[in-house]
Write a protein that binds this ligand. Structure first.
Ligand code: KIV
Ligand code: ZN
Length: 510
């Protein structure tokens, strides 16, 4: 049976989702969980794009034990050098070089002729090959590129030493018939003495990213690129969990195998959803909350008689546990460590001590501490960087009619406390106005939502906010979790301000 390799770009294309900014600690946790899930190649970042990305790629390369670690580079020597530097410690490094080949990109974005594009591919793939054994080339916007020119670009990259050819549907324009035909055409026409890996890379603008990836596989691609939960630029990328489950459930049709450990799917998806601050939609294929819920009487009756009447995927297959054992007040350190590992969190001694103390606090307030509570607890812990401001006090003067008044106390990284007060027409607005007093940067609140972490009256509140940094225009997601909705709202907004502050500081350095 043929083997399909899985290439995960959650930390690169996935991080291009508006509002998503993983810190290095979170990226390493995600990478280790992706390794457990069975990913073959991880695209850890775009090292030239920022010092933060460079550091993260380097850290991931140092931590990962089996996966190939890839870094992205434009067709520029300085990009390739920076990726080489970041990947020094990787067990199996790979570079991913790209250059656009569609008429619209060449004319308006690159301002290059077809001849110049071909010369640049030749020069930079040749250069990359002097530093890397494994070179991947992507003709960006391949699906809007003329077939003959696409073949010429790909053949040039192969002749210069690329052994992995990735065909990006950059703007999510293609459909399964057309995308599959591109693979068939290239596989039939590219000449090479070495074996070439053909890879799919799809975006979901027309909702066809998974279907297109599967069409590529049907037509000879043996690698698939994508992200967990389908996060990514605009409408996102191919959701790798959908491809993995489709290949498994329809093995009769695809006749292909892979290294994915399906039972780790839910844990992997949860970790990424938490760190990205993007909840998985209830109706999401494979891992959504409703994927295993049967509402209509006819369906319920059928499932009770025989689950296969309406259920092609069992919850167990993707690691959804209905009767997971919750921890409680009396659970010890050992049970806690086991549970954390099961949820995909590898903790160092100090982190473990801190997380265990938080768990004990939580267990005092809540009878049953569920997996969702523990993931939520870890989000608060992992997102707080050492240069972050933290909330130590919140007081509200509530008037049933008229304006509300809030006072917040925030501790700066140097230990100094700042107090600020402000009014607002509602409690949340008063708190946010008070926090605004503390920071010199300007931000705009783009979205605010509240959810309960678990069901029940003792559930914690989970507040999601997205803010826009007025200086750079970039979005930042943040999450705050607490038993009190207003405290959770304050934490979320403060975290968002921390992210903006870090972005501005980073911009000053670079
Ligand atoms: O979508 C795209 O074209 C990309 C390339 C960098 C491969 O992400
Ligand atoms: Zn992409």
């Amino acid at each position: 049976m043929r083997k399909i390799q899985f290439f995960d770009t959650t930390l690169r294309d996935g991080e291009q989702t508006p509002g998503v900014n993983f810190n290095t600690k979170e990226k390493v946790q995600i990478a280790l969980q992706l390794e457990k899930w069975g990913i073959d190649v991880i695209e850890a970042g775009f090292p030239i794009s920022s010092n933060g990305d460079f550091e993260a790629v380097r850290e991931i390369a140092r931590h990962v034990k089996h996966m190939t670690v890839a870094g992205l580079a434009r067709c520029q020597k300085k990009d390739i050098d920076r990726a080489y530097e970041a990947l020094q410690d990787a067990i199996d490094p790979q570079i991913h070089v790209f250059l656009a080949t569609s008429p619209v990109h060449m004319e308006y974005k690159l301002k290059m002729t077809t001849k110049e594009v071909i010369a640049s591919i030749k020069e930079h793939v040749t250069y990359a090959r002097t530093l890397f054994e494994k070179v991947q080339f992507s003709p960006e916007d391949a699906t809007r590129t003329e077939r003959e020119f696409l073949l010429l670009a790909v053949q040039t990259a192969v002749d210069a030493g690329a052994t992995i050819i990735n065909i990006p549907d950059t703007v999510g324009y293609s459909n399964p018939t057309e995308y599959g035909e591109i693979f068939k055409y290239l596989i039939e026409n590219v000449q090479s003495e070495k074996e070439i890996t053909f890879s799919s890379h799809c975006h979901d603008d027309l909702g066809m990213a998974t279907a297109n990836a599967l069409a590529a596989i049907e037509n000879g691609a043996n690698r698939v690129e994508g992200t967990l939960n389908g996060i990514g630029e605009r409408a996102g990328n191919t959701a790798l969990e959908e491809v993995a489950v489709a290949l498994y459930i329809r093995k009769d049709f695809y006749q292909a195998e892979d290294n994915i450990q399906l039972a780790e799917t839910k844990t992997t998806s949860d970790i990424i959803s938490r760190f990205a601050g993007i909840p998985v939609p209830k109706n999401k294929a494979v891992i959504g909350g409703n994927a295993f819920a049967h509402e209509s009487g006819i369906h319920q009756d059928g499932v009770l008689k025989n689950p296969t009447t309406y259920e092609i995927i069992t919850p167990e297959l993707v690691g959804v546990k209905h009767n997971a054992l919750p921890l409680g007040k009396l659970s010890g350190r050992h049970a806690f460590i086991n549970k954390m590992e099961e949820l995909g969190f590898t903790l160092e001694q100090e982190e473990l001590r801190e997380a265990f103390a938080k768990f004990k606090d939580l267990a005092d307030k809540k009878k049953e501490v569920t997996d969702s509570d523990l993931r939520a607890l870890m989000v608060g812990q992992q997102t707080s960087e050492s240069d972050a401001y933290s909330l130590t006090g919140l007081e509200l003067n509530y008037h049933s009619d008229g304006e509300q008044e809030a006072t917040v106390v925030v501790v700066m990284p140097n230990g100094k406390a700042i107090e600020a007060s402000a009014k607002g027409s509602g409690s949340v607005q008063a708190i946010y106005n008070a926090i605004d007093e503390i920071f010199s940067h300007e931000i705009a609140l783009n979205s605010y939502s509240i959810e309960a972490v678990t069901s029940g009256i003792d559930a914690q509140a989970e507040v999601h906010v997205t803010v826009i940094n007025s200086e750079t225009g970039s979005f930042h997601n943040a999450v705050g979790i607490d038993f009190d909705v207003l405290q959770a709202s304050a934490i979320a907004y403060l975290q968002a301000n921390n992210a903006v502050q870090q972005e501005n500081a980073q911009e000053e350095v670079e």
